[in-house]
Design a protein around this ligand. Structure first.
Ligand code: FE2
Ligand code: FE2
Length: 404
């Protein structure tokens, strides 16, 4: 089925330019245009689309208002802003309703890859209500202690950029959000960035202050009623998996970007658990209780309740947010690495092994069944597990340098 995309801009020559630029995509994309927010909404009420790409500054309803409206009425639609750099202030205000941001003029390969990346996983979730719920999320809840710490740091007259980077890189919610921003083409950083400290540095103190203190891009988890999910353990396991994955990638002499991505994917791999706990607590709780009572695995019960597991849930959100594809892929397949189309030692391997061994170390439920030994045997690395475990222990003793 063709991907349906709606472009909204009050300047006719911009729409004509886009149509010319995308002529080659006619076989795979169906393109519609609208000259204003109300015209776009009218069109949407008559015809569904998959993606909306809108200008920011338009007379009457601006891009921010339009996306807010679309988010309320049709949350499953991917929302992208395509705006001039002079509108930076406005764009910063609109980071909540938008999934991704592009800057005008936009090269065709960037436009194409942004749209493709955000829709790459649209068939991953069978359940439409789950899709709508995830598309509506604009943050992943942070650990309350770290959330308070970053507010304190930003409000202080002596805020330190280094410290801010450090706090962000310990929290998966903050990390995911910051990576969403810096990896969008709007800010003009060409390479893909997967270190939260570097991301914070690039955005700069003033932008981070505005985003966190006034736009409120971060949120904290309300822990009431969350006991059953052991969220503190999810957070600790996430950070530990990041460190473990980085240790493995380093030991295997992977490139610097792979090592950074391995840490990031490890930190983010169980984001789906937080999404489910924070947004569908009742259903998720029932699934976990059923697993305990029946002696089945949590993954089986997640599958039964949501028709997917937390792996796909997390990957779906982070793909919508435009995180680098290797990270999204590692998250999507971290419990089923054999099913990944790319069978090679890399980020996914590091995260899969890191997560499973960390659970084993803590004698967690289902831990042993989580390690896919056949996958590791096929990559001829099964014999390396003891070596990686020893290196990880050594890293912990030395103290993890996870914000490097
Ligand atoms: Fe997991
Ligand atoms: Fe895990």
């Amino acid at each position: 089925m063709k991907l349906r995309i709606l472009f909204v801009d009050d300047e006719p020559h911009v729409l004509q330019g886009l149509q010319r630029m995308l002529r080659g995509m006619r076989d795979v994309w169906e393109i519609a245009t609208a000259a204003s927010g109300p015209e776009a909404l009218d069109l949407l009420s008559r015809k569904p689309v998959d993606v909306v790409v809108t200008d920011m500054r338009m007379p009457g309803m601006d891009g921010n208002q339009l996306l807010q409206e679309i988010k309320n009425r049709y949350p499953e639609i991917v929302r992208i802003i395509l705006s001039g750099q002079s509108d930076r202030e406005m764009v910063l205000k609109s980071v909540r309703p938008a999934h991704q941001y592009l800057s005008k003029p936009c090269r065709d390969e960037i436009l194409k890859s942004t749209i493709e990346r955000s829709c790459g996983l649209r068939d991953l979730l069978a359940d439409n209500s789950l899709k709508r719920l995830i598309s509506r999320l604009d943050s992943l809840p942070s650990q309350p202690a770290l959330y308070l710490e970053i507010l304190r740091e930003l409000e202080s007259p002596y805020s330190s950029m280094h410290r801010i980077g450090e706090i962000i890189s310990q929290d998966l919610g903050m990390t995911a959000k910051i990576l969403q921003l810096v990896n969008s083409a709007f800010f003009g950083f060409r390479r893909h960035i997967s270190s939260p400290a570097e991301a914070a540095e690039l955005l700069g103190l003033e932008t981070i202050k505005a985003l966190v203190l006034s736009v409120k891009i971060f949120s904290q988890l309300d822990k009431a009623g969350m006991k059953v999910f052991a969220v503190d353990r999810i957070w600790a396991h996430s950070l530990a998996t990041g460190v473990f994955a980085k240790t493995i990638a380093t030991a295997e002499k992977q490139e610097r970007t792979v090592i950074d991505d391995a840490f990031m994917a490890g930190l983010l791999h169980d984001a789906g658990k937080l999404i489910l706990a924070a947004n569908l607590p009742q259903q998720y709780k029932e699934a976990l209780v059923a697993a305990r009572n029946k002696g089945s695995s949590d993954l089986e019960e997640e599958q039964r309740a949501f028709r997917v597991t937390h792996a796909e849930v997390g990957a779906y959100l982070l793909a919508l947010w435009g995180l680098p594809f290797p990270i999204v892929e590692a998250i999507a397949f971290h419990h089923s690495p054999s099913q990944c189309p790319h069978q090679e030692l890399g980020i996914l391997t590091a995260v899969h092994v890191g997560s499973a061994l960390e659970l084993l170390l803590h004698h967690e439920k289902d831990a042993d069944s989580q390690l896919d030994r056949k996958y590791l045997a096929e990559l001829e690395i099964l014999h390396k597990l003891p070596e990686w475990q020893a290196l990880y222990r050594q890293t912990l003793e030395e103290g993890p340098d996870h914000d490097a």
